[in-house]
Design a protein around this ligand. Sequence first.
Ligand code: ADP
Length: 586
Amino acid sequence: MIRSPLFWKLVLAFAALNLSAAAAIVWITLTWQEDRTYAQLSQRLSDAAVVLERDVSSRLLSAPDATLQEHLRQLGQATGLRFTVIRADGLVLADSSRESLQEVESMENHRQRPEVVGALARGEAFERRESPTVGYARRIDQGGKPVGIVLVAVPRAMVERDLSVLRQLVWTATGVIALLMVAVLYVVVGRIVRPVMTLNSAAQAIARGDYRQRVFVPGRDELGALAKSFNQMSEELGSQLTQLRESAQRQSTVLGGMVEGVIAVDHRERVQFANTAAGKLFGFMPPKVEGRPLLEVVRNHALHQAVADAVVTRRPKRLEVAWEGADKLNLSVQVTPLPGKPCPGAVVVMHDTTELRRLEKIRQEFIANVSHELKTPLSSIKAYAETLLNGAMNDGENARKFVSRIEEQADRLHALIQDMLSLARIESAQQSFKIGPVTVGDVVQSCVDDYRAQAQSKQITIVTDPPETAVLVKADEEGLRVILNNLIDNAVKYTPDGGRVTVRWRSDGELVSIGVADTGIGVGREDQPRVFERFYRVDKARSRELGGTGLGLSIVKHLAQALGGSVDVQSELGKGSIFSVHLPLA
Ligand code: ADP
């Protein structure tokens, strides 16, 4: 409390007031008392002068005489007062303070003394000016003319002695009372200031974030009520802050978990918040960009312009942004202005549509490819049918040839549709697999046997190269069969007469790799990554001639992936290829 400025302000102000009031009262009391004392003294001196006037009035016109002097001296001794009888011209006739007449005669003329002047003018005069004595003078008239003055005086020290005792008494009593009042003030002000200080330190703690602060102020007065309200306020603030923190936490979890990038900016386009997804899209660390201008964080003028427009017009904006960062991205951006007038900022939500665009492109290409693939056999069928209708039907030899061409093209269409359907089934995960241990050797053998006749027709040797011990893969047997059939079919198709096809399988402890090697035409380096794409063919005419659909390797790739494996190719143009599938070991 000693350090509280409020406490000292109150104590000092009240003490100053208190002491000034006490001093004023003392001054008024003492002045009044002094006036009263002098008034009483004046009355006493006047009475004495009246008594003396009677005794001396007959001797006033004569010179000083010893009898009068002796009378005055005795009177002075008896009363303790000083008596002086003065003639109207100022000559002192007798004085009680002088021992002999000679001394009286040697006294100076009193004509100019203030009391004498006053009495001659007004009849009587009381003089309490600064001088060793306090005197009263009374004029004596005879026959209407002033004949003398009777002066009665008393030493000032005598009067002052009484007054000074009184002054001391009053000052001491007032001092004691004032000190007592200051002590009471100290206690009372302390009682007021202490709760204020407690409230102050609790408020400071709350400002620092400590919402558990409670204050206890006894009593039912205003300070007690204030403390109660303070505690309620602190409790309410604490619970509201907890709610706010929880809600902010929820919000940041939701925003952080969003796939869409979110950036909030203020009206000057300074970033207020950015989520992790936005950081990933534009390559920045979200907490580090807060407070920086949007254009500095995301260098895209279209986006910057859209945000500026949204803030000015207070209308949402939608735009497509092509972002050239580490990867090329297509972004669909929605800029929403924040509510308020003037608009306090905007929220930018970015959706990465790159994959969507890519899929859209693939879909369009696929439709174009499918239409094209269907169109070719259909055109042939239509042409043969027209030729037949235009008369070839009657030409037995050609009619047969044309009908068999129609059948060939119908088979092609059938094969194409079959491949497309199975690819669609695998891709859409509608194909159900019976995954289990499958002995690779058995499946390879049966597939090789299926193609033996076809191989023999081209004088192609088809052999297997099994490992020393039988190997089992974790796969669906039918799926594995489709994979191998496609690979062996290609190997036989794209290997010239007299070539060789070898099917080899080995396990490395985790995976089983089945390779179909041929001594065929091979695949150029630049075509190797593309042969697994749908409808991609290195040589379209040759593939078609060989009855290919352009979907075989695509089916192989998707099946291998669906069975938890992969496929790759090693090849050298003109020398041969090895297509390998890698599947998990059972
Ligand atoms: P297709 O029905 O045309 O054979 P695939 O998807 O099976 O379709 O193969 C795509 C293309 O890959 C083929 O057109 C061919 O150009 C090339 N190809 C596939 N296998 C081989 C191979 N063993 N040797 C050389 N080229 C091959």
